[in-house]
Design a binder for this molecule. Structure first.
Ligand code: G3P
Ligand code: MG
Length: 265
């Protein structure tokens, strides 16, 4: 499947898009990730004051735009005025080749309208306290774009993966849309209760630095995928691949594509 079971190599998830090479969560970063050969693009979602889902990691605008304040305090129209690209060039002047001025914060609908079924999406709901409001809106958008629901078939399974640190958000989605693949994120692999997680999710997503080979085997014995974050060094990519990890979140899709061969290599 698209998600990694039975695959010969790890699934590469572009963490916030190709965020090592372009400003995170912009169309430019997603496009670069697609061009670099990512299997999934990751979107972190927040909700605007007028209940639109937008792709941004922080719950404030300050780090990645020229605006400031809480995301939920602004309407989409206000947020669309902001520049989500220029900060990247200022922070990494040598690295950024194109000038990213003019990139805006994308809505979920905008991104999936743009790519349709041509790519796979890895979606994180960032505000557990806003479940079910955000989850319902997410499902509405996915259904409207025919990414889930009546007009989809077995080939569409795995096209959307939902990840969350919060079991309640995942359990809600399992109940509302059982066809979605769900990944339980965690800070520490050792603290993840695999038997429990296997009741409501399809995989685990721990911090890669807390993983060992035994954990990967154990998770697989529970029927769980292992997708870990956030893997940016070549050495770590190669090691995780040799442990049969199913997928990695990375800011550097190009490096992952180059170095990650078949499992066990
Ligand atoms: O999304 C996977 C993992 O990177 C979670 O951390 O903070 O980058 O969304 P964050
Ligand atoms: Mg994330």
């Amino acid at each position: 499947t698209a998600a990694g079971f039975g695959k010969e190599r790890m699934t590469i998830i572009a963490h916030r898009g190709a965020s090592g090479d372009a400003p995170e969560h912009t169309i430019a970063a997603y496009q670069l990730a697609v061009e670099q050969g990512a299997d999934y693009i990751e979107l972190d979602l927040h909700m605007t004051k007028d209940r639109q889902l937008i792709a941004i990691h922080d719950d404030t605008l300050d780090r990645t735009t020229n605006g400031s304040g809480k995301v939920h305090a602004f309407t989409l129209a206000e947020i669309k005025q902001l520049d989500a690209g220029s900060w990247f060039n200022h922070k990494y002047p040598g690295k950024a080749q194109p000038y990213y001025h003019g990139q805006t914060i994308p809505t979920l609908a905008e991104v999936i309208n743009h790519y349709g079924k041509s790519i796979n999406y890895y979606i994180e709901i960032k505000k557990p306290q806003q479940t079910p409001k955000m989850a319902d809106e997410l499902l509405r958008v996915l259904r409207q774009q025919q990414l889930i629901g009546k007009r989809t078939g077995p080939a569409d399974r795995g096209k959307i993966i939902i990840e969350s640190f919060h079991p309640d958000s995942l359990k809600y989605l399992r109940h509302k849309a059982p066809e979605l693949l769900l990944i339980q994120l965690g800070e520490d692999a050792a603290e993840m209760k695999l038997a429990e997680i296997a009741q409501y999710a399809d995989g685990v997503g721990p911090n890669f630095s807390t993983l060992n080979e035994e954990f990967v085997k154990l998770a697989h014995r529970h029927g769980l995928l292992v997708h870990c974050w956030t893997v940016n060094s070549e050495t770590a990519m190669i090691k995780l691949n040799s442990w049969n990890v199913d997928g990695i979140f990375t800011n550097y899709v190009k490096i992952a594509r180059k170095h990650v061969g078949k499992h066990g290599e």
